[in-house]
Design a protein around this ligand. Structure first.
Ligand code: SF4
Length: 80
């Protein structure tokens, strides 16, 4: 089974959206229309809010359609 996956990154955080899981609860765009605007394409404007605010909103998605991960810095920093 493969789920469509769309990724939106601002360089710091990447928001992952799986449309097939979306139950159209409207929570994301009612909470943060600057980023989640279903009337626009692409509907996620990753530069519309701070990373912190985006993460806060993504965590409220009830279906798991929205998730996020932090973009890793290259790990080769010499630490053992
Ligand atoms: S909060 Fe999640 S389930 Fe609700 S509309 Fe947004 S992506 Fe879809």
């Amino acid at each position: 089974m493969s789920l469509d996956t769309h990724k939106y990154s601002n360089g710091e955080v990447t928001v992952v959206w799986k449309p097939k899981l979306c139950i159209h609860s409207t929570i994301c765009w009612k909470g943060l229309i600057e980023v989640f605007n279903p009337k626009e394409r692409p509907w996620i404007k990753i530069d519309g809010a701070t990373t912190e605010r985006i993460i806060e909103q993504v965590k409220q998605c009830p279906s798991g359609a929205l998730t996020y991960f932090m973009n890793e810095e290259p790990e080769d920093n010499g630490e053992k």
